[in-house]
Design a protein around this ligand. Sequence first.
Ligand code: OFO
Length: 170
Amino acid sequence: MINKKIEEILNAQINKEFYSAYLYLAMSAYFDEIGLKGFSNWTKVQAREEVDHGMILFDYLIARNGNVELKQIEAPEYDFHEPLQVFEKIYNHEKSVTESIDCVAEMTDDECDLATRNFIDWYIAEQVEEEASVYEIIKKMKMFGSEKSVLYHMDKDLGSREYKQHKYAG
Ligand code: OFO
């Protein structure tokens, strides 16, 4: 049976991952509205990965004989003005998720829960990748500018992202 404090923080993390999916879907709808289908695709694929992140936690809690307690998912924001601003929001969001995962890891240390400590390493590595891929896009946008021709090429590029189910490889 999993420790109650760990159970609680993992349930909170499930909620954060599903909120992330909501946020990316709101961004995807915005990009679709302004005609950037590739950007819309990229954020939609990301939303699906976020659901996977939530489900991996969900399945882990069940495997440890813990209680899954699904909480209300907050509505995402819709304050989107242009692609670079949206990607900066994504970057800030992912940094906050990294902090949240770090707190889970810290608690597993405090509670001497080595199984969850081992499990959460997958998320620590995943966050490095999440931040890096978003930052790469921001750097390109800053380097090449936000002219329509640049956005056209980036849209093609981001349109090629394909969804692959994220699985826990622990
Ligand atoms: Fe689940 O990594 Fe993004 O939020």
